[in-house]
Design a binder for this molecule. Structure first.
Ligand SMILES: [Zn+2]
Length: 410
């Protein structure tokens, strides 16, 4: 089989990406045993601190093995003509471009999720279990995977089909139509995520009347935040880790609290967490994030439209016949360094927003309960309290705990 230059470019991208990420993991791991900053000294006792170090170490080793496995697999798949084999198999079923693309991606996705299954199983039932986080049963695990798969088939298949229809009917301008469609899907999911997607996986119940609800309502009224929907989600059926999040906007906006959060935090601490979430809304972070992701999607689609017609992009993954679906895979691989960069920018922005939301909670409510809630949540999830700055820069969407505490106490 002939291999073009881009084929080798893809191999280099994959290896360099792996090495950079492993180096960051290594830098981060070297700091697992550092002494804690004084602000964080009261979070763990000695036993728990040792446990948190072991947890980090376990996850680090697991990451090295699973990332290495997926790199070796991808490279072998490329080198030994895996894409060509799948492409030929696909062509034995049909030669219509849209069904061909659906079958091609279906086979690739099915294969990669089957290969990923043992890792996912090990993470949940061995690592998380060993550290006391796991509450997922085998049957929840299986049904989660099945539902996730069906959702991917329906949403992914639908989007891919429309995408190709636009391409076939509008030619080089297809990216604008595709962009409008993706924008519609993103907006729709943002608005109805809690109403349509979450119920597939979790039970949500409105927060019961009582002192917690009235403290939350008092706070919301004080800051002029119209809040009709406060829901409690049964996160405890999967994990002991706790969380709270904000979704939707306009009339659809709602705050969702994990039942684990309600059990672990005091009333004041919950209101403080909520004040932080309201801060994201009031400071327009939700809208800005939405706009930024729409712009990056538009940019990606525009660049895609410039290259999709070049047969070299298809041939770069080692297939013999150029096609739309092969070009999509080739493009995704070649574009990945650029998406790493947009990812860095998004994380940088997100960390800024976290400080702003903390500041909002501090000025409209109180800093002390937010500090203590962040400490409790970090302790419960055995968080890494001493991450390496380079690792934070690349991977963290939230600032490290010590920086948030210093900012809140300032
Ligand atoms: Zn936040």
């Amino acid at each position: 089989m002939e291999k073009n230059t881009l084929f080798y470019v893809i191999l280099v991208i994959l290896v360099v990406q792996y090495l950079v990420h492993q180096y960051l993991e290594y830098l981060n791991a070297k700091r697992f045993k550092s002494t804690l900053p004084p602000e964080l000294a009261d979070i763990y006792d000695e036993n728990e601190y040792r446990k948190s170090q072991q947890y980090k170490q376990t996850n680090y080793r697991f990451g090295v093995i699973s990332d290495g496995f997926s790199l070796v697999l991808t490279i072998c798949f490329l080198l030994f003509g895996g894409f060509e084999w799948v492409d030929q198999l696909t062509r034995s079923f049909t030669d219509e471009p849209i069904p061909m693309a659906l079958i091609f991606f279906g086979i690739i996705m099915l294969g990669s999720s089957i290969l990923g299954l043992p890792f996912s199983y090990y993470r949940t039932f061995v690592i998380e279990e060993q550290y006391g986080f796991n509450k997922t049963t085998k049957s929840i695990f299986v049904s989660d995977k099945l539902k996730g798969g069906i959702l991917t088939i329906v949403l992914g298949g639908g989007i891919l089909t429309l995408f190709m229809l636009f391409y076939q009917s509008t030619g080089p301008n297809f990216w604008m139509y595709a962009w409008a469609m993706v924008a519609g899907v993103i907006l729709f999911i943002n608005l109805f995520y809690s109403r349509l997607i979450v119920p597939l996986f979790n039970k949500q119940t409105p927060l019961q009347d009582g002192s917690l609800k009235s403290s939350i309502e008092n706070y919301a009224q004080k800051v002029g935040f119209e809040l009709q929907n406060i829901f409690v989600i049964d996160g405890s059926k999967r994990s002991t880790k706790a969380n709270a999040y904000f979704s939707g906007f306009g009339k659809e906006k709602r705050i969702t609290l994990f039942d684990t959060l309600i059990n672990d935090l005091s009333e004041d601490e919950i209101v403080a967490v909520l004040a932080h979430e309201v801060g994201h809304y009031k400071k327009k972070h939700i809208i800005v994030n939405l706009i930024v992701s729409l712009l990056t999607t538009g940019l990606t689609l525009f660049i895609l439209s410039l290259f999709i017609n070049h047969p070299e992009i298809s041939l770069a993954i080692g297939v013999s016949t150029p096609s739309f679906h092969a070009a999509l895979v080739g493009f995704a691989l070649l574009y990945s360094p650029i998406s790493e960069i947009t990812g860095l920018i998004m994380n940088y922005l997100s960390r800024k927003f976290e400080f702003q939301a903390d500041d909002f909670a501090k000025t409209t409510f109180e800093a002390t309960p937010l500090v203590s809630s962040l400490k409790k949540l970090s302790k419960k999830s055995l968080s890494n309290l001493t991450p390496h700055p380079a690792y934070v820069f690349v991977h963290y969407s939230h600032p490290p705990l010590v920086e948030r505490i210093r900012n809140l106490k300032a």
